[in-house]
Design a protein around this ligand. Sequence first.
Ligand code: AMP
Ligand code: GLY
Length: 431
Amino acid sequence: MKVLVVGSGGREHAIVTSVAKSPRVDKIYCAPGNAGIAALAECVPIGAMEFDKLVAFAKEKEIDLTVIGMDDPLVGGIVDVFEKEGLRVFGPRKNAAILEGSKAFSKDLMKKYNIPTAAYETFTDPEKALEYLETAKMPIVLKADGLALGKGVIIAQTRDEAKAAVRDMMENHVFGKSGDHVVIEEFLTGPEVSVLAFTDGKVVKPMVSSMDHKRANDHDTGLNTGGMGTVAPNPYYTPEIAAECMEKIFLPTIHAMNAEGCPFKGCLYFGLMLTPDGPKVIEYNCRFGDPETQVVLPLLEGDLLHIMEACTNGTLADEDVKFSDGAAACVILASGGYPVAYEKGKPISGLVDGQLPDEENVTVYHSGTALTEDGTLVTNGGRVLGVTATGPRLTNALSHAYEAAEKIHFDKLHKRSDIGLRALKALAEKQ
Ligand code: AMP
Ligand code: GLY
């Protein structure tokens, strides 16, 4: 089979790595890919939003399955464009990707179908939003409606902060058009869990749970980022909680999307908070999480390609989706200054052909790297590399990931030193 993966980050590197293990794969392409992905797939210089070029490429190369990694093309309707041309593609159609593309849509859906989530109101008029804030309980959470690169969420501690955020979003348009429509919601507390799930629109098969670390700096301080590291499984996510989520969140979401006439097929990401009142949905994403995928897919036992085909064909019920009993940890090496301003083009040392030689059970997933004309590996993004280790237990995986990360250097490298600490504490408390 020939497979095309669309995207250029660590998530796509993890997908390509997993797909490459399938005995049925003859050739993998990645558009546009990156320097690390290039070791496993032929990278083609087509952007993820260049739908016409991607379709033409898939036809020319007779691609059997295209896998869309990123949110932007999914929300933009790339799956509909591929399907119209008779091409097989893994991912939700536009009318289902809206689950991530519009927070107002997803909140209204959850309200209508009684799926537990934070209480909320949506606003298109800044005056009404400001008036609502006069009496609302603090802290409070404000979310710009559309995709805002993970930055469209503000947690305001005080009324003044909340009002300033409304003005920034709705009047000063700091998140562009996505701030025209703002969701204001109740502040929830509790451990966060990410659950990625395969679905063919009929059944849902969750993957091993994981924990992201979204803030830029240690002790969960600094700005929100795309994610600075992950561990799997998430120790807070017990089998009892998993069963409750299946019954109250996962299946109801699939049924709700069907009832609305927009069945979801692909990978559905549930961002959950385990509140004192039970698990609640913080957000849906319409694709694999990044860097969750870098700890989840290495634990997958079985053929990812086969499972993705089953999601596309509507035969997921027949698939056995199994994960190993081990653990995985991913430490992100970022460019200093991320998520705001950072430099690119810094030479990276310590890697041979993009990987760490002499390290077993470690994979270095490339998020933002490039090769210069003379073949030097350089930084090319805010998140640069994700160093993932697997091990029988989380403590092994974590210490191994950090040991391995020490071998990689570039100017102004920034990483958190406390990835997984909270998970280890939770594990210790369980015993
Ligand atoms: P989101 O982009 O919706 O995932 O939000 C980013 C982060 O903001 C989440 O991972 C949470 O840590 C936090 N957050 C979002 N919504 C809430 C909420 N209602 N209560 C508390 N924290 C939240
Ligand atoms: N790590 C969070 C996300 O993929 O959106």
